[in-house]
Design a protein. Sequence first.
Length: 99
Amino acid sequence: MSDNKTPAAKGRASACSIPDSAECTLAELPVGGSAVIVSMKPGLRGKKKFADVGLVPGTMLQMEAHAPFGGLLRIRVMDSSLSIHRDDAANIVVRRELP
């Protein structure tokens, strides 16, 4: 028997399906999850802007919230809370850390 997920849902990673210590994008990190930035994909625009606020490989961060209709994500980096667009977060590769 097949699962009853829609084709669109199959293409997206579920927050619950990301195992601990696995690599994913920042956009896929669930609320409350902690991660370390591994790399930035070449498609990321404004790398210097992100580096200026501390988003560089090796930085620890925590996902605080997802906007209700998509768009923005709120993350905590070095005792500061900032918002990042989901499209930009999809170009930042992170490794999920155990709580």
